[in-house]
Design a protein around this ligand. Structure first.
Ligand code: ADP
Ligand code: GN1
Ligand code: MG
Length: 362
């Protein structure tokens, strides 16, 4: 591991026994900074996930942590008695004075989670079994949170999946063109504007508000190394009121194509029908009991919409000079936008068949 200097002083504030050994950057998220921290407790070593919350994006980290405490508490109560219960739910490690986060002198917010052992996240899907398990886990997550007592959770990012407002933000970024990239992003801008008629469809469908995850990327579910089961849903920053279709749509976006989100060879980006079928079957296995017919009717559409929405967000960030998503190379956000739009096209080509499948299963 490459040690990260300064982390030792942060982790001391959390109620972790043993001596801090080292910490290294972990995972491939675009927003927060995640580290795996190792502690020596005598005979055994233990690991924790320590995260610095991006408070420029999550502008009210205190409200966000309040949500996460309530959500993890509610989930934990439902797995008590399960011998594997502590791997099925994220567990926050409190600070030494009992808070769910540590606010450092530089103004950063930190939290720590118990490390889920013997489970892995994947940036790209490898099999239909994985797709099935991921969707079943996210459906179960929604189902378990359907009984979360009042009050309503905080909106950690207002209008997070409000696609018309995402389009408006893109139009503003095109107009402002602050870093002069609009001219070289013409095909993508044209694609976005040509597809704008779909943006309001879910909002106009009168669907029920529920507690949803809102960032159901395939790498936000841990799959058990031995059984392949989707054992734990992670990355709870955006758990808030939403439509279940935001979650299913993001599963389609991240779990049906064999290519990574930033693949540059667009011929590799395609909506694989067997993966979609596995997602629908997995999701219905856990969510069928509470979904309304209208929600089921939009399952295929939601994949197209959310893929388009995230594509617009990548394009907006590219035009704005890469201020939101972490980038690791020149044009990274444009590459990500291109994979999304390619996937939208692939979904369009197969949408009738996808709808027929959903009708036959739902
Ligand atoms: P980000 O917001 O940066 O995506 P995540 O919360 O998804 O952050 O964490 C990043 C990665 O760290 C995940 O993809 C997963 O591989 C790993 N991870 C997160 N939480 C845990 C945990 N409790 N146990 C083990 N690994 C974890
Ligand atoms: C971000 O944090 P991460 O990498 O799981 C983003 C999601 C996007 C995703 C695209 C708070 O998720 O909305 O869908 O990147 N999270 C936030 O990969 O904006
Ligand atoms: Mg993540």
């Amino acid at each position: 591991m490459n040690p990260v200097y300064g982390l030792g002083a942060i982790v001391r504030h959390f109620a972790i026994d043993g001596a801090f050994v080292d910490a290294a950057p972990y995972g491939s998220g675009h927003i927060n900074d995640s580290y795996c921290a190792v502690f020596n407790g005598g005979a055994a070593r233990s690991r924790y996930i320590v995260q610095r919350i991006n408070h420029h994006i999550f502008k009210n980290p205190v409200a966000m942590m309040e949500n996460i405490e309530r959500v993890t508490g509610h989930l934990a109560a439902q797995v008590t008695g399960d011998p594997d219960g502590d791997r099925r739910v994220l567990t926050l490690i409190p600070t030494r004075d009992g808070a769910s986060y540590f606010h450092d002198e530089a103004g950063n917010y930190w939290r720590a989670y118990r490390f889920i052992q013997n489970a892995t996240t994947y940036d790209a899907v490898e099999s239909t079994a994985q797709a099935f398990e991921a969707a079943k886990a996210f459906g179960r997550f929604q189902q378990m949170l359907s009984t979360l007592p009042a009050p309503r959770l905080h909106d950690t990012i207002p209008d997070f999946h409000h696609t018309p407002r995402r389009l408006l933000a893109l139009e503003k970024a095109i107009e402002a063109d602050v870093v002069g990239r609009a001219a070289t992003s013409k095909p993508e801008i044209e694609f976005a504007l040509a597809h704008q008629s779909m943006v309001s469809e879910l909002l106009n469908a009168n669907l029920p508000e529920r507690v949803t995850h809102n960032d159901t990327k395939f790498n936000n579910v841990m799959l058990d190394d031995a059984t392949g089961e989707g054992i734990c849903v992670i990355d709870l920053d955006t758990v808030m009121p939403g439509l279940v279709l935001y979650d299913f749509g993001d599963m389609v976006r991240t779990t049906t194509s064999p290519a990574k989100e930033d693949e540059q060879d667009l011929s590799r980006v395609t909506m694989q029908f067997p993966m979609f079928e596995a997602l629908v079957r997995g999701y219905l296995a856990s969510a069928s009991s509470f979904l309304t017919p209208a929600e089921k009717r939009y399952l295929a559409f939601s994949g197209k919409l959310i893929t388009f929405e995230i594509g617009i967000r990548f394009l907006t960030d590219h035009l704005a000079g890469d201020t939101y998503f972490k980038v690791h190379r020149e044009g990274h956000n444009l590459d990500r936008c291109r994979t999304q739009f390619k996937l939208v096209e692939s979904i369009e080509q197969q949408e009738d068949r996808m709808n027929r499948l959903v009708e036959s299963l739902a």
